[in-house]
Structures are given as C-alpha cells and as structure tokens.
Design a protein around this ligand. Structure first.
Ligand SMILES: C[S@@+](CC[C@H](N)C(=O)[O-])C[C@H]1O[C@@H](n2cnc3c(N)ncnc32)[C@H](O)[C@@H]1O
Length: 174
C-alpha cells in the first residue's frame, strides 16, 4: 500500500473537504509539514515534472496531497526534498469543478495518481467512499489507460500534450 499523506491548511469547509473524508475512511493520514518523509511524491499543480508510473518507487515513501483552496493555491508550501509532481490532462468529475481539466479535488488527485502508478487495489477502495469516483474513472478511462503505460515523466507529458492538441484541433474544425 502507498502511504497517502495529507497536509491540511484547514481552509476548506470540513463537510465538503475530500481530504478529511479520505482521513475519516482510513484512505489517508494527516501530517504536519515537518513530518513529510524526504523524497515523497508531492502532488502540486506547479510541479516541474509530470507524475508517471516510474514514480511508484518514491511514492512508497509517501504520496502527499496539499489540501488548500484553489483560491489560495499560490500558498502551496515548498517541502524539503520533495518530488513535486503535476498531473497530466485529466478532467474533474466532482460537483464543484465538474468538467474542468486539471482542477481536481484532493481525492481525485490521489485516485488518479494511484491508477497511473498501477495501484489498482488501493484505488478501488475509493469507489464506495466518493459517489463521483466511478464517474471520474469512466470519464478519464482512455487517458488513464494510456498514462499508466508510459515509461517516464516526459512520456506522460507527451501523451497529455498530444491529447490537448487533438481537442484544440477538433474544436478548430467545427
Ligand atoms: C487545491 S486542493 C483543493 C482541495 C479541495 N478543497 C477538496 O476538498 O478536495 C487539491 C489538491 O490536489 C492536488 N491536485 C489537484 N489537481 C492537481 C493537478 N492537476 N496536478 C497536481 N496536483 C493536483 C494538489 O495537491 C492540490 O493542492
């Protein structure tokens, strides 16, 4: 099992916060910044590299999600020794940001990461806990199936770019 860790800035409505829900169901554990294991994978939209299946070796130290609101996303902390990773093109299926690319909630970000890194059994545990989770997987199935075959970060980024170009191209043809 990959240890899923939450750094919680306590900015979200606790009733809607998906990080708190992961904790409640034993899918994640809250940690203070200074207890994040060095070399952990930290999910950040500002990560220089894109998450790939090859990151599983680091994620065994910790897969960290940073729970703060999107309006305060520029307050994302720098964590010493982190392997900061952005996610490739994926579309949110949660009621707040449905259909928006890249703008995943904390649980969607963790679920997508587990699938990309081939942790199917652990990913399956999210299905009964979040009613949008099956739709998230269905909506992004073709993408996730591709990303999980990639050999490294550049390969995932290339697939993501090609996918975005194909959407832009087909919109221009209309
Ligand atoms: C901004 S918080 C919003 C949390 C939301 N309030 C909730 O209840 O789930 C979502 C977190 O998920 C991760 N995340 C979401 N989308 C991401 C992306 N495209 N790339 C990397 N990490 C992402 C990041 O750790 C980010 O800080």
């Amino acid at each position: 099992m990959i240890p899923v860790l939450v750094y919680d800035k306590d900015q979200c409505d606790p009733k809607k916060c998906t990080a708190k829900r992961m904790e409640k169901f034993g899918l994640a554990k809250e940690v203070p910044l200074n207890r994040i294991p060095p070399g952990s994978v930290v999910l950040s939209p500002f990560g220089e590299k894109t998450l790939s299946p090859a990151d599983v070796k680091y994620a065994h130290r910790g897969l960290v999600v940073l729970d703060l609101t999107w309006t305060h996303i520029d307050e994302i902390p720098h964590i010493r020794g982190e392997k900061a990773r952005k996610l490739p093109y994926l579309v949110a299926a949660n009621p707040i940001n449905w259909g928006k690319p890249w703008r995943l909630n904390s649980a969607e970000a963790v679920l997508a990461s587990l699938i990309i890194m081939g942790q199917d059994e652990q990913a399956e545990l999210f299905m009964p806990r979040f009613n949008w989770a099956p739709e998230f997987v269905t909506l992004n199935k073709a993408l996730l199936d591709d990303y999980r075959t990639a050999k490294d970060s550049d390969d995932v980024q290339r697939m993501s770019d090609e996918y975005v170009e194909s959407i832009v191209g087909s919109a221009g043809e209309r």
